[in-house]
Design a protein. Sequence first.
Lengths: 682, 329
Amino acid sequence: MKENAGRSISRRNFLRLSAVLGASAGLAACGGAPSAPAPTAAPVAPTAPPAPTVAPVATAAPPQAATAVPAAVSTFNEAPMLAELVKQGKLPPVDQRLPKNPVVLTGMDGVGKYGGTMRRGYRGFSDRWGPTKIQNEGLTWYNPDFSLRANIVESWEVSSDARQWTFKLREGMKWSDGTELTTDDWKWWYENVLLNNQITTALPAVWSTGSPRVAMKAEFPDRYTAVFTFQDPKPLFAYNVTREQPFVHAGFMKQFHADFTDPAKLEADAKAAGFETWVQLFNDKNWWWTVGRPSLGPWVPVNTMTEQLFIMERNPYFWQVDEAGNQLPYIDKITHLLFETPDAFNTRIIAGEVDFQARHVSIGDFTLLKENESRGGYQVVLGVSANHVAFQPNHTAKNPKIREFFQNRDVRIALSLAINRDEINELVFNGTAVPRQYSPLSMSPQYYEKLTKAYIEYDPVRANQLLDQAGYDKKDAQGFRLWKDGSGPISFIIEGTAQAGSPDEDAVQTMIKYFADVGIKATYKAQERSLYTERFQANEIEAAFWGGDRTLLPMIAPWIFLGSQIDRPWAAAWGLYYNNPNDPNAEPPPEGHFITKIWDIWKQIEVEPDEAKRNALFRQILDIWAEELPMIGILGELPSPTIVKNGFKGFRGGFPNDDPTEDENLLNTQTYYWDDPARHTN
Amino acid sequence: MLQYIVRRVVLMIPTLFVISLISFAIIQLPPGDFLSSYVAQLRAEGDAIDAAQLAALEEQYGLNQPVYVQYWKWISGILLRGDLGRSFEWGKPVSELIWDRIGITMLISLLTILLSWAIAIPAGVYAATHQYSIPDYLMSFISFLGLGTPSFMVALVALWVGLAFFGVNISGLFSEQYIDAPWSVGKVLDMLSRIWLPVVVLAIDNTASIIRTLRANLLDELNKPYVETARAKGVRETVLIWKYPVRVALNPFFSTVGWTLAALVSGETLVSVVLSYQTSGPLLLRALTSQDMYLAGSFILLLSTLTVIGTLISDILLAWVDPRIRLEE
C-alpha cells in the first residue's frame, strides 16, 4: 500500500507537470515563441520550388535564401508530395489552393515537419467515431484554454438578444476537390436538406429552438455571409457548432437528391444499393467517409471504412497553415487497422504498431502498457477523463419506500459520508483518481470547489446519526436498518453495466460494504447494456452505478445536472417528463422540488446572451447540487491514457479526454508531426 | 439412390423454412433491437438523440414494423432477388460483407482439417495397434492435453510468445502493406507465412479428438473375428489393418461431415477473435451482439443450409464407404 501511494503521488505530479507544460507551451505558441531558437524551426521551411525532389534533406541550403526566393512566387509552403503534384501540373500551386485568410495554427511543439504515417486501430464501421473526430472541422473550435476561435468561418457576430448569428466565410476556401466553398453550398443545404422533411424527419436541436422545435431562418446576403435567425435566443450557438457544418457540397450531393436528378433513376440506384428509398441513399452518401465526397477535413478517406485497413490521406486544399506559412496537416497519411478484441489491440501497442491513440486504450491496462514502453518504443501519456465513478439513487423509484428513502436529503448525505473514497481509490484505482462529487473538472471554466468537495469526507459516525434522525433508527437482528413502518430491512438493487472483475465492479462492491457498515443493504446487479437501457427507460431501476461524464464544459452538455439524461437515472421518471411529458413512464416532479428550480434556472441560461450572467446562473445550479446531492459522486479525474510513439510531436498530456472536445484531437491533430518522418512512412 | 437424393433435397425446403423462421425469431428475442445499441453508442459519443429522432431512425431502419413484416421483407428479398438485406452495423449490403470472409475462412478450415487428418489418422492407428506402449501413452497424454486446452487459449499464448521472445506481432492474416493491396504473388506468400499459425492452433484441438476417437474405434475392431480370419489367411499386417478395420473405424468421421461443413465457416470464431482475423466467425459474433438482424439472420441461414447439405453428403458418403449400410428398408 505504501509503495502504491508513493507511485500514485508521482503519477499525480507527472500529471500536473504535463498540464503545466501544456499550458506554457500554449502560451509560448500564442506569444510568438520569443525563446524558441531560430535554427530548430529553420530546416522545415525549405521547399525551394524546382529543387530536385529531395527537398527536405537539403540542410546545406541556407533557409533564409530558400524563403527569400519563393517569396515572389509563393507565400506558403506545402508538403513535398503535393509540391511534386504541382510540378507535374496535377494540382494548382499552394497559394491558389488556400483561402485569402487561412486559419493560422501552431501546435504545442511549434512548426513541424512534413511526412509520415500515423497508425491507429479501430473496430470497424461501427467504430467510425474515432476516425470521424480526427478529420472533423466545425464552424468554430477550442483553444487550449477552452475558449473558442473561428475555424471554418472567418468570424462570427451575435445580436444583443442572441437570436441572430452572422457568419463570415473565408474567401477562396476550397473543398477537397478544389471547388470553392461559398454560401451557395450553405443555402443548398438549408433549403434542400434541413428543410426537406423527407431527409430531415426530426429537426436537430442545433438548428432550431423552442418546443415544438422551430427551424432557424437562414439568409445569405452575399457569397461569403450567412445570417441565421432563431425564434428564441440561442446564446450558446457558437459552442453548438464546434463540430457542425451547416452546408454540404451541393454539386456532389445533388446527384443523390430527387429534386435535382431523374427520380426514376435515383430510385433504381437506391434499390441496387439495397435501400428502399432515395432518401436512404442520400443519407448514406451524405457522410464524410463516402469516398469521393468533397470534404473540408485535413485528411480525406481513400477507401471505405468497412475495409480491414481504412486509409486517409492529406487534403491538398486544407485551409489551415502554421505560423511559418506551411500548409497543414504535417502527417501524410492515417491508417486504422481493424481489431476484434482489446487483447489484440494491446498486442499491437506493445509491438509498437500503434503511433497515436487514446480511443480504446484502457486505464485498466496501464501497468501492461507502461511496462512495455521501451519494447514498443512509445509512451503512455496521461490525460484526464471527464468521467466520474458515481452512484445514482433513483428519486423516482417505483417502490414507494425506496422513493421516500432516496428523496430524503439527509439519507443521500449519509450515504455519501459513509463511503471511504480514499480507500476505494487505493484499492481499485492505485490511488490515481481524485475523491470528488460529480462536478465540473478542475480545468473546466465551471469548476466549483464547493460542489466538488461537498460531503466527500469519510464520516460513518455522522452518517449513522443522519440516518437515525431521518427516522431509520430501528434495526434487525443483523444490524440492518428497517423501513419507517418497521418492515424491512431496507434494501435496494444497484444496476449497472460493469461486469464482474472490472474496476467499476470492484468499486461498487466496495461501496456496498460501506453502506452495510451503516446498516444499509444494497446488492449490485450487472446488466447487459440493452437490458439496462430498457430498464431505465421504463423507470424500473432502483439505483444505478453508471458514472457521470460531460464535466469539462457542462454548459453545452448539462443533461446529467438537469436529470434529463436518464441513463444516469437519479430521477428517471422526472427526467422522462422533462424530455417528453407524454411518455407513459413520465411523472411531473412535486411542486417546488429542487429539480424544478434547476430546470427554471436552465431555462434562463438557455436564453441569456451575457456570458457572465450565464455562468452565475449555472453556479446556482451547482449550489443546489452541493446542497441536495442528487447523485453521489465517489471519484473523478481518473487518468486517461494515450499511446504516443516516441518521436511523435505536438500532443500534450494533462488535457481532458472528453467527447465534446473530440478526445485526443482537442489540440488539433493536423498540427501533430513526426520528428523524423522518413522513419515513419509505412 | 437417385430417388433417395431427390427426396432428401425436397425435404430440405421445409426444413430450411422452419430454420429461417426460428433463427429470425431468436435474433429478435433479446431486449431492444439494433437501434437501442446504436443509440446507446451515439449517446456515449456525445450525440443527444431525442424521441423524435429515434422515431425517425426506427422508420429508416424499418424497425417500427411488426416482426412478420420484417421477416417477409428479408426472406422475400432472398428468394426473389438473392438479396440478403443490408447490415445496419456496417452500412453495407450483407452479400458484400460475407463472401470475402467466407473464402478465407474456408481456406483456413480446409487446411486445418487436412493437417489434423494427416497427423491424427496415422497416429491413431499406431496408438491402437501398439496399445499400452510408451508411444501410445505419450500420444494419449499429448492428445488429452490438446483436448483440454481451449484453442483460443493456445492462440493467446502463441501471441504472447511471439511478442515476448521474437518481438513480432503475429496477429492478422496479412502484413499491413498487403492488407489493401490487390492479390499478387507477394500477398499470397505473405499470407502463407502467417496462415500456418491459426491452422496449427485449430489443428491441435481437432487432431487430439480425432486420435482419441480413432484409437477407441479401432481397438473395438481389432479383436473382431474378421480381422483374425484375414490374419489367419496370411494377409500382410499393414495391408490388413489399413484395408479393413481402419475403414470401419473411420465411419464416425463421415457421419459428421454435416457439422464439419458448417464448422468450416464458423468453427474458428474464438481463435479469429483473439488473433484479429477477418474471417466469418467474428462477423457473426458481432452481428449477434449488436442485433444486426439481417446480417445475423442471413449468416445463420447460410450455416443451416450448409449443415443440411452436409448431412445429405454424409449419408451418401457413408453408404458409399460402408457397404453394410443400405438406404432403403
